[in-house]
Design a protein around this ligand. Structure first.
Ligand code: AGP
Length: 609
């Protein structure tokens, strides 16, 4: 999830673009760059690390020119470095890009055969070379861009310059956000409103497949294929802070609503549908190496540990390899049995959690193969592991993890397919069915998000409880744990997650009318047993909030409150069940007036033991 900014008009472009990039740093900041055109030549300044590094470079070596493009990077392809930073240039073409091009490798091979050489590892540089190649045959710059974009598969929001055409800026959008700002004889392009709100409140929101060319003080909108379209500007009256949260009141709520996009980005370019397999670009283990794995240990903390617990069900159930799950702060002190046939999987959103990093080092020191599931490219854990499956959730600002969790589950499911295909426990047809189900998840999460208002009402009803219980069976038990963690960490209400079948062994003594009990009871193979656990609670006066499958009348006639979610595939229920639980904890926290994004005593990344 990168940030792009473009400017063309009467002012110097570079300062405007730099200020815009600063407002987009929440989208990622492992490198940045700006290019500007002046007197027919282009100059590019780029830097690794935070934006302030670029700012320092520009202070010493300012850019001049009234047309420019800029980028702040959240790496997906290619590690954070100056060489991988945008803008990228090929011939006279300069580009910045937010998104993931799924077919960039085959395009890169084709271009190499035509004599193109590449400097970076990015998918973005391939687009610049593609346009440079198209310029040889197409009528003009505009047509060369259109022809090139139509060859791309995946997602992009791009700003493109041609230093042979200094008065022209082109932008186009497919799958990644883009807004155009209309000024007095000047135009702005950005990934998000905050970048340009200081300069204009007249915004045109680009839709997928749309294209705009700015020249001679005009903006001409069309489809990428070239059909003219009529775009209306909207007046945006948000405050700058509201704008950074995309109009949402808190980063957590914004990130909850980003989950469909986060899952789409995490599976993008990785599904080999015909083979019923997946391609995990940073996982260099051969099928033979994966097939030799006899035991797996998944190690993590907090919410990532809950994802690990679900991963155990996926891998044991589908790949028939025994899996242990360890809390990272415990793992290295229990003298674990680890050898060269053990695969250690560490899961960490930040990639900096001290306990998880220490556990990775411990597993490696005992000879384990190892991989990491991380959300931050080139983080410590990512760098020290032998292979990484990156979640592409984009920066997660809210301390309470939401979109990162759902993309961790997605990554574990992808890995399960890969492992099962390598050790032949999942055949082509089964792999194809799993992929087909996974592709439906973003849409089903969008459906679950429509529960927001209903869940807000439920939050009002139960917000004053002092204790909550969350119950689930099987792979929904970790979701019960996750729901409880979400509630306690942002609303400060005590909450516990339990296996539903465990109630009779003690916790049922807690039940009375003051203890709301959230029961996860979607249709599936533990449905009947969970219904009877729910009845145990109800007969003792417990107040049940049941999260069940849409239209489940059996549950609706029993529970005090029901939240109905779409469910499609039992293995993927955990991704959908998470959404209402995230919303419930969010709304209760807001109603209680606690600090949703930065709850007391907590840090987003626990880099100390
Ligand atoms: C989850 O909402 C919490 N923020 C916390 O439990 C978090 O999951 C844990 O600290 C692990 O962080 P990591 O995924 O960055 O390693």
């Amino acid at each position: 999830m990168c940030g792009i900014v473009g400017y063309i008009g009467e002012q110097q472009a570079s300062p405007i673009i730099l200020e815009g990039l600063k407002k987009l740093e929440y989208r990622g900041y492992d490198s940045a760059g700006i290019a500007s055109l002046d007197n027919g030549s282009s100059v590019i300044r780029r830097s690794q690390g935070k934006l302030v590094n670029l700012e320092n470079i520009l202070r010493d070596q300012p850019l001049t020119g009234k047309v420019g493009i800029g980028h702040t990077r959240w790496a997906t392809h290619g590690k954070p470095s100056e060489i991988n930073a945008h803008p990228h240039k090929a011939g006279s073409i300069i580009i910045v890009h937010n998104g993931i091009i799924e077919n960039y490798l085959q395009l890169k091979d084709q271009l190499k055969q035509l004599g193109h050489t590449f400097k970076s590892e990015t998918d973005t540089e391939v687009i610049a070379h593609l346009i440079e190649e198209s310029l040889k045959t197409e009528a003009d710059f505009e047509q060369a861009v259109r022809t090139s974009l139509l060859q791309l598969r995946g997602a992009y929001a791009v700003c493109i310059l041609n230093d042979k055409e200094p008065g022209v800026l082109i932008a186009a959008k497919l799958g990644s956000p883009m807004v155009v700002g209309l000024g007095e004889k000047e135009f702005f392009v950005a990934s998000d409103i905050p970048a340009i709100l200081a300069y204009t409140r007249e915004m045109v929101f680009m839709e997928d497949g749309e294209f705009v060319i700015f020249r001679s003080g005009t903006a001409v909108f069309s489809t990428i294929a070239g059909n003219s379209i009529d775009k209306k500007a909207r007046h945006i009256d948000w405050s700058p802070m509201m704008a950074e949260k995309g109009g949402f009141r808190h980063f957590m709520l914004k990130e909850i609503h980003e989950q469909p996009r986060a899952v789409r980005d995490t599976i993008a370019g990785r599904l080999l549908e015909l083979d019923g397999d997946v391609y995990l670009e940073n996982l260099q283990f051969s099928d033979r190496q994966l097939a030799a794995v006899k035991r797996i240990i998944i190690i993590a903390c907090g919410t990532s540990w809950h994802a690990a617990l679900v991963g155990k069900f996926y891998i044991e159930g589908l790949c028939r390899i025994p899996v242990e799950v360890d809390i990272a702060s415990e793992f290295r002190y229990r003298n674990p049995v680890v050898d060269e046939n053990t695969l250690a999987i560490v899961i960490s959103q930040s990639g900096e959690t001290a306990d998880t990093l220490a556990a990775l080092r411990e597993a490696k020191s005992r000879g384990a193969l190892n991989i990491a599931i991380c959300n931050v490219v080139d983080s410590s854990i990512a760098r020290e592991s032998s292979g990484v499956i990156y979640t592409h959730a984009g920066p997660e600002i809210g301390v309470a993890s939401t979109k990162a969790f759902v993309t961790q589950l997605t990554a574990l499911y992808l890995f399960t397919i890969r492992l099962g295909r390598a050790n032949c426990t999942i055949d082509v047809l089964h792999g194809q069915r799993m992929i087909a189900a996974l592709k439906k998840i973003p849409g089903l999460i969008e459906e679950a998000l429509r529960l927001n208002d209903k869940v807000e009402k439920i939050a009002k009803k139960y917000m004053n409880a002092r204790d909550f219980l969350y119950l689930g069976r099987g792979k929904n038990f970790p979701i019960a744990l996750e729901g409880a963690l979400k509630l306690k960490e942002i609303s400060y209400i005590h909450a516990e997650g339990y296996p539903a079948g465990e109630m009779k062994h003690g916790p049922i003594a807690l039940i009375d009318e003051n203890v709301p009990v959230v029961v996860l009871v979607p249709k599936g193979n533990s449905y009947e047993k969970t219904i009877s656990n729910m009845e145990e609670v109800i007969t003792r006066g417990g107040r049940v909030i049941a999260v069940c499958s849409t239209g489940d009348e059996e549950v609706k006639k029993r529970a005090e409150t029901t939240i109905e979610i779409p469910n499609l595939d039992e293995d993927l229920d955990p991704l959908l069940l998470s959404v209402p639980l995230q919303l419930l904890s969010y709304h209760i926290s807001v109603l209680k007036g606690t600090d949703v994004d930065q709850p007391r005593n907590l840090a987003k990344s626990v880099t100390v033991e």
